[in-house]
Design a protein around this ligand. Structure first.
Ligand SMILES: O=C(O)c1ccccc1NCC(=O)[C@H](O)[C@H](O)COP(=O)(O)O
Length: 272
């Protein structure tokens, strides 16, 4: 049976072929030349602040698991609310077909807020890394399940050369072990974060236990990001207690009619 990830990756191959026929990679490289340096996403996500851990707040209109999450969707307004509420960085879905995202949203958000922005997409080709840089992204996502290790490392090196942070995501132990030492503990890793996705992409079920179990195998948790299925202050505290550096939260923020209040609910001010 074809998994959703396989379907999405097949779509990406077609998209990259179509887009590069319209705008060749050489043209993107020219556009990237002379752009201001990206913002430091890595630092924003790993620094020790006043919260128990840092927040990457996601701009996400729809998803394969939930359908449309937020009807009243203004990406810039949402990003401004995130910034005002104290988020440390923003994740913007740029996949159009499955998440109703757009690179145009990322461009607009990057201009409107001061926070660093992650291009949240299914990156399988250097073309998309250059595209991210030209659009103004400060970081890209690389999903271990989608890439052979040599291609993952090549994309990570390219991103590092372009001064982009990489968030390298795994969901299972096998991929964690595959990337842990070769990609995260490696000299070229400099600006690489390790994401553990709590969502099982076969069943779409989320389980915080995925991060809690896998974190045991990660020595340096200062680069660890827990992703998906984070709904309550208790979830956030549990992950903080496990030494996770940051959480990536989409759906529970996007479903809230008052985004700023939901951020405060997830990160209540310390008493006393
Ligand atoms: O969200 C999905 O349904 C999904 C399906 C297939 C591949 C990836 C998917 N999500 C991407 C993400 O990683 C999440 O958007 C992100 O971690 C935030 O998760 P959540 O807070 O549960 O929206």
């Amino acid at each position: 049976m074809t998994t959703i990830l396989e379907k999405i990756v097949a779509t990406k191959r077609v998209e990259v072929a179509e887009r590069s026929a319209l705008t060749p990679i050489e043209a993107l490289k020219e556009q990237a030349f002379g752009l201001p340096r990206p913002r430091n996403f890595f630092h924003a996500v790993t620094r020790k602040g006043t919260k128990p851990l840092n927040l990457i707040a996601e701009v996400k209109k729809a998803s394969p698991s939930a359908g449309v999450i937020r009807e009243n969707f203004d990406p810039v307004e949402i990003a401004r609310d995130y910034a005002e509420a104290g988020a440390d960085a923003i994740s913007c879905l740029t996949d159009e077909k499955y998440f109703q995202g757009s690179l145009e949203y990322l461009k607009a958000i990057r201009l409107a807020v001061d926070l660093p922005v992650l291009r949240k997409d299914f990156i399988i080709d250097p073309y998309q890394v250059w595209e991210a840089r030209v659009a103004g992204a400060d970081a890209i996502l690389l999903i271990a399940e989608c890439l052979p290790i040599n291609e993952l490392i090549d994309l990570q090196i390219l991103a590092t050369e372009l001064n982009l942070t990489t968030l390298i995501e795994v969901h299972d132990m096998e991929n964690l072990i595959r990337v842990r030492d070769r990609v995260i503990g490696f000299p070229h890793r400099s600006y690489s974060l390790l994401g553990i996705n709590n969502r099982d992409l076969r069943t779409f079920k989320t389980d915080l236990g995925t991060t809690l179990r896998m974190a045991e195998l990660v020595e340096d948790r200062s680069v660890l990001v827990s992703e998906s299925g984070i709904h309550t202050a208790w979830d956030v505290q549990k992950l903080a207690d496990a030494g996770v550096a940051a959480v990536l939260v989409g759906e529970s923020l996007m479903r809230s009619p008052d985004i700023k209040a939901k951020v405060r609910e997830l990160f209540p001010p310390k008493k006393g």
